[in-house]
Design a binder for this molecule. Sequence first.
Ligand code: ARG
Length: 655
Amino acid sequence: SELHTLTERLNSLGLGSALTPFPGSDPVNNPFDLFRSYISEELSKITGVSRDLVYPALEWTNTPDRGDLVIPIPRLRVKGTPPIELAKKWAAEFPENSYLKAVVANGPFIQFFFNPSVLFNLVLKDILTLNDDFGNSTIGKGKRTVVEFSSPNIAKPFHAGHLRSTIIGGFISNLHEKLGYEVIRLNYLGDWGKQFGILAVGFKRYGSEQELESNPINHLFNVYVRINKDIEAEKEASTNAYYEDHPNEKPQEKVEVEEKKPQEIKKGDKKPELATPAVPGVPAFVPTSATDDEARSYFKKMEDGDEEALALWKKFRDLSIVKYKDTYKRLNIEYDSYSGESQVSKEVMQKATKLFEEKNLLTEDKGAKLIDLTPYNKKLGKAIVQKKDGTSLYLTRDVGAAMDRYEKYKFDKMIYVIASQQDLHTAQFFKILDLMGFEWASRLQHVNFGMVQGMSTRKGTVVFLDNILEETKDAMHDVMKKNEAKYSQVENPDEIADLVGIAAVMIQDMQAKRINNYAFNWSRMLSFEGDTGAYLQYAHSRLCSIERNAESLVDLSTLHEADFSLLKEPIAEELVRILAQYPDILLASLRSLEPSTVVTYLFKLTHCVSSCYDILWVAGQTPELAKARLALYSSARRVLSNGMELLNLTPVKRM
Ligand code: ARG
């Protein structure tokens, strides 16, 4: 019936009713698919080339002067005649029609220019009636996608890797939702390991119930830092005492072997290595710390399920989650589940170990068990899956967590948004799951990203997302104050500074391809000029003010009935051509999972809108013309707002 209404609409636009949508295309929601369907059908008739080959060969253009869609003739694989001649011939043979304003041969390409009047009547009407839903589609209907993102470690700093994961994962979740998928947002907390024994001991020594309640994340971090200092000091003391007694055993580089996540290992870090014995056969001196021992046995109690030990840990976890929720909310993110390394069940870990054995995957090395992945891919190396003492590892917990999740969600796709430092880690557990015989291992996807250089707040360390956001808000507030006249008109400057600041951080992050590294640049990020988050917010608020100013002249609820034939200027045509791309941009983003696809589009849109202001005046025009132009501006505002919300930004109405 959706298609039925489309046919009626095409009829009313004089486009005939004979369109056969290309299989899998979505001409109802996506104007580009409508044009692709039409063009591919006609071009297939003229060329005798299968529509299956023509359709996917239709490409976007880089600039409007090259048309809206273009086809490189060599892609049709017709032999004998040079592509340049074929292009000329076929362009000339293309039938008269109302879909297209022009069909132009240009070298070995044919360029197709959409008929703007069709776009005005189709696209503007759609935007003005569908509002928030414009751009959405139902291609994901009935499919479930799990997106795991952010996943910080309790009591450790929230670093740039977590920030990027949060931003990119939030976008990927929204995108799937808008395209009809059911989405499960998952936060996989680093909430297990010896560090929680350390933390518990530390809390008993230095903790404050009150501070824990009021600011768990910062407090636990402070406690963690402090107790680690104690451990360091004790180890040093034991080392000094030992060498006073054994002056002949030269002190050697000693680095504690502790399990670190690949993200936490910094460039300058010493490679963890075991101290080698000074005298062969004699064990090297191992520094001791009473506090460390205490922590170890505390964590052992946790692993054994000791309720008292677990109660304190659970309190840390629960209170941290309460706080996390608040901060994520600032970014419009809400999780369906706060899972974490602690939540991987004993049963599933046993099941995994059993499968390792059944499938003959294990080899042993010095008491540790590992899986040799080099036969499948040299780069994957050998993965340790069980330590000497039998305890689990970050890697195996990921294996178990994936199994648990499949049982629970029966996902069609699961996306892990994790920094590229963990490429190897992720590839290893994906491969292991595959070797274990899980068919669904092929449904796992790693979305990776590069590093941020120099992300520290102006005050010092980043403890959690909150610190970054507060700092940005304050800085943005300072920038706003510089324009006194404007600033005095903003009713809620604190709130606006927050929303504009958040946009600044997020746009800086999503501007380029994920895999690129970038430098956290305060002054560029906070600027209102150039392609920044503040500029997008400003563009949105200016469009809002145009609507506000016209409210008394034009009935904004009937803009979809405006007379679009009054929109004649080339710049108006250019704008509607950009607006028509939005649904197609979402589909392209689904393929690339690159937020930059949307960000780049939004800048193109706002630049075009800003060129419109000089030419398409609303004030002082006849009511009909004012209404038509307003319909165009209002459409632009809605698409901009939809795009910003897709990126998890909150568009501001005034600033
Ligand atoms: N908590 C981890 C870290 O900070 C990230 C977790 C990524 N997700 C996963 N399934 N391993 O490094």
